[in-house]
Design a protein around this ligand. Structure first.
Ligand SMILES: [Ca+2]
Ligand SMILES: [Ca+2]
Length: 169
C-alpha cells in the first residue's frame, strides 16, 4: 500500500513539476497560434541598442485546407499596444509561419517554414507574462488592439519566459 501511495505521489509531483500548457492550442478560424518565444536569446538590450529582435517571435499555423492571407490579422499583446496588423502574405494550407518582431524580408526557408516580420525597433512580447491571461491573442482582420477578447481566433498564454526558450501555447 505504501509503495502504491508513493507511486501516486510521484506521479502527482511530476505533474506539478513538468510545465504543461493549461490547454492545448486551439482556434475558431483557419489560423492558430501554436508556439511562442517571448524572450529572445541573449540580452534584449546591449549598449543601449535593442538586439536580436527577430529572436522574439510567435508561431502561427494554417490549420485549414486552403491558402490563407495573413493580411490584416491583429496580434493583440495583452499588456501593450504593439498590435500592428500582419502583412499581406499567403500561407499555404497546413503551413507554419514564424512572426518575427523585427525587420526582414518575408520568405519561406529551405525547411519549408515561413517567416514574416512586423518591423518593430524594440522587443514587444513581455518576457514575464505572469500578470495577464492570455498574453497574446490573434484576432481576425479589422479587430481592435484593445486587449479584449472580441475578434479572437486563437490565443497564447505564458508565464516567466526563459532566455531563448520556445513555449507551446
Ligand atoms: Ca520579449
Ligand atoms: Ca494590445
Amino acid at each position: 500500500m505504501r509503495s502504491v501511495r508513493a507511486a501516486v505521489a510521484a506521479v502527482l509531483l511530476t505533474a506539478f513539476l513538468v510545465p504543461v500548457p493549461a490547454h492545448a492550442a486551439s482556434t475558431t478560424g483557419a489560423l492558430m497560434i501554436t508556439h511562442v518565444r517571448p524572450n529572445a536569446a541573449g540580452a534584449d538590450v546591449k549598449n543601449n541598442k535593442q538586439t536580436n529582435l527577430n529572436g522574439e517571435y510567435f508561431v502561427v499555423k494554417n490549420v485549414s485546407k486552403k491558402t490563407v492571407n495573413l493580411r490584416g490579422h491583429v496580434p493583440d499583446i495583452t499588456s501593450n499596444t504593439y498590435g500592428r496588423a500582419l502583412p499581406s502574405y499567403n500561407l499555404p494550407a497546413g503551413a507554419v509561419v514564424h512572426v518575427h518582431t523585427g525587420s526582414g524580408t518575408n520568405h519561406r526557408d529551405a525547411k519549408g517554414t515561413h517567416h514574416v516580420y512586423r518591423g518593430y525597433a524594440r522587443h514587444v512580447l513581455p518576457n514575464d507574462g505572469s500578470g495577464r491571461n492570455p498574453d497574446l491573442r490573434l484576432k481576425k482582420p479589422g479587430s481592435k488592439d484593445d486587449n479584449k477578447a472580441a475578434g479572437t481566433l486563437s490565443s497564447c498564454n505564458w508565464g516567466k519566459a526563459a532566455d531563448g526558450r520556445t513555449y507551446a501555447c
